[in-house]
Design a protein around this ligand. Structure first.
Ligand code: ZN
Length: 405
């Protein structure tokens, strides 16, 4: 959050991020730190080109061969949203045999549930649903509202990831296929959404404001997740290794599967819609559409003018807002006044509570170093094998690659 000093309002000249991101800085030309961060940290790993296609081919081959003879060779979480639904269709084309996991944290819209059913039956996939204990989920969400932090999606996001990796380990699966993609979500200021995988943060907020105990909620400790699981599991984000255009993905799903769009990013959950389109903008001044539209701009799939025009549209229609607010209040066991009072209460920085912030930063820095080391190794291998016959080159690369880890 801002330190209290008034800041002059300013917008990036390249994307549509502005000083509502408390940590934003601008270079001499007026290009913001979010744009630079994308170029520096994400662009090197975003390969919607031939290099990406080759990398993806090699990965798919590896997943298929390691999974040969097993019932499943990978796992994917399906929310009913565009990214995961589209990815599920591609997995089948790529001849993978995924176990599909859906995590029900209590907020699914009817449309999301229908989408999931349609996708599963048309693709002939097995589903394993994890239902989060609603009493604990509600207790945790109410505790987060009391904490006044920005990222109110932490309980839901943590549950999704924890349940998914739990299922991967239960089924002995190594490859977790993720719909994460830089083409549509490359820009997100940290202040707008603190890490959902920080169990210390969750525990501290629940200890102070929760009512019951978290016995069944799938809480993953920092060490278990960042150290053990992320070493044991391999997270693959195929959408970063291919051209990915959301509008075409939606058209593909609608035309071939009868899947239906729900409007807005992550609006497959009523909670997320209310939280992103009402709580965040009103209480914090954060309009997540700015991050999403800026992602599209830096990825080159939208012009800045079109994004600015999009931002002119209202976040909610009055009817819809009243409907969703009533729904959220009822579901959380709050009166409308109680829910509104959370929006009116002063915002709090997430650092007000216990976190593993520094450990997580160190983890990401180490990961970035490892990734660039591997990229250099791959370049060396490519140079070394470029003049060999293709069959031998491929065999040699995969032998060398398997020694990397
Ligand atoms: Zn920018």
């Amino acid at each position: 959050m801002p330190d209290g000093k008034a800041r002059e309002y300013r917008v990036c000249i390249k994307c549509v991020m502005d000083t509502t991101d408390p940590d934003i800085t601008f270079d001499a030309d007026g290009v913001c730190s979010n744009c630079h961060k994308f170029d520096r940290e994400l662009r090197p790993y975003w390969k919607p080109d031939e290099a990406g296609a080759a990398e993806l081919d090699a990965l798919l081959e590896q997943i298929r061969s390691e999974g040969a003879g097993k019932r499943y060779d990978c796992i994917i979480g399906l929310s009913g949203g565009v990214d995961s639904s589209y990815l599920a269709t591609r997995l089948i084309e790529w001849r993978l045999r995924p176990l599909v996991v859906h995590v029900d944290a209590g907020w699914n819209s009817e449309l999301a549930v229908k989408n999931i059913e349609i996708m599963l039956s048309k693709l002939g996939l097995d589903l394993d649903t994890v239902v989060i204990d609603w009493n604990e989920m509600r207790d945790l969400q109410r505790a987060f509202l009391c904490s006044n932090v920005a990222n109110q999606d932490i309980p839901q996001d943590h549950a999704f990831t924890a349940a998914l990796v739990g299922k991967a380990l239960e089924h002995g699966l190594t490859y977790v296929i993720s719909g994460t993609n830089f083409a549509t979500e490359g820009v997100l200021p940290q202040a707008w959404g603190y890490d959902a995988m920080d169990a210390r943060h969750i525990r501290d907020i629940h200890r102070r404001f929760g009512e019951g105990r978290l016995k069944r909620f799938p809480l993953l400790d920092f060490h278990d997740y960042y150290v053990t699981m992320l070493q044991q599991l391999k997270f693959i984000a195929p959408l970063n290794l291919m051209p990915y255009d959301k509008a075409s993905a939606i058209a593909h799903l609608e035309q071939n599967f009868g899947w239906r769009y729900y409007g807005g990013k992550h609006y497959e959950s009523i909670w997320t819609r209310w939280y992103q389109a009402h709580y965040l903008p009103v209480k914090f001044g954060y309009d997540k559409r700015k991050a999403h539209l800026s992602s599209l701009i830096v990825a080159g799939s939208m012009t800045r003018e079109a994004a600015l025009a999009e931002l002119e549209k209202p976040l909610y229609s009055d009817n819809e807002l009243a409907h969703d607010t009533a729904f959220v209040a009822k579901k959380l066991g709050l009166t409308l006044q109680e829910l509104e009072s959370f929006i009116e209460a002063p915002p709090r920085d997430y650092r007000h509570f216990d976190t593993h912030d520094d450990d997580i930063k160190r983890y990401h820095e180490a990961e970035a170093r490892r990734a660039s080391r591997e990229a250099r190794q791959r370049q060396v291998i490519a140079r070394f094998t470029q003049n060999l016959p293709q069959r031998i080159a491929r065999k040699l690369s995969s032998m060398l690659a398997s020694r990397e880890g």
